[in-house]
Design a protein around this ligand. Sequence first.
Ligand code: PAF
Length: 289
Amino acid sequence: MRRLQSATQMLEWSRRERCSGKGIAFVPTMGALHEGHLSLVDLAADRASRVVVSIFVNPAQFGPSKDLEQYPRDVERDMEMLSDRKVDAVFVPEEDVLYPAGCTTLVVETGLSEILEGASRPGHFRGVVTVVTKLLLIVEPDLLVLGQKDAQQVAVLRRLIHDLKFSVDVIVGPIIRESGGLALSSRNAYLSDDERRQAACLHESLFEARNLVRGGEDDAGVVLGAMRDRIEREPAVRIDYVVAVHPDTFEPATSLEGPTLFCVAVFVGDTRLIDNELVSSHPESPDGN
Ligand code: PAF
């Protein structure tokens, strides 16, 4: 497993591999790796003969709070975790590789980026889209592997790839959950035991949505109300949003007939957590889960 730090090293490595006929799957991360990331790495290894992982805590996607400073960083531990998987190269750039002094260019998606996560975290998607553009230009992968947990990020990055005509396919790995159901996230490390217990309301509200829709409920308002009721039982949890949207456009779902993406964002104490579930009223359909 090669550790590459400069953009030139990374690009030369990728081009060499592609010239020798190897397909490259790329898993971008901000480190603090957990089983969710490793499942994406395994998916990448199933789909391509070469796997590249990047580790870069992207300052441009953080707000002005202390979140960036506090974000967990342990590259050596991350490298150790990756060394057990089928990873060929790890790109670990310093900040000035991706944001050299004097760099004033940003890449902005102006539709989907404005709502939900984008509205709650102004500038977040501009940072994500900018850094992923740079990473795609440096890694030149055939496949970009993303996680369903950040469903809106997936939709925004699909738009980027479509609009700027990047020649890369996207594959999306499922949400990986702890045995109790909490979606894995680097931010779970901030939760106290009590907050972790209360955070169960996220996935429980989503499971409730699934049960209601599969049981024939077709009024989004009723389902969202039941989800809110479940979440509001927890004193340390404050709702940011609870929505039902179309899985690609993120338009509010007008009917629960087709596949509907239920998304929740909450603060548990000071920690912001998100989760989502794609629900179909016909579980036997390909989108039913
Ligand atoms: O999902 C993440 O970890 C980040 O948003 C990404 C895609 C690595 C860009 O910094």
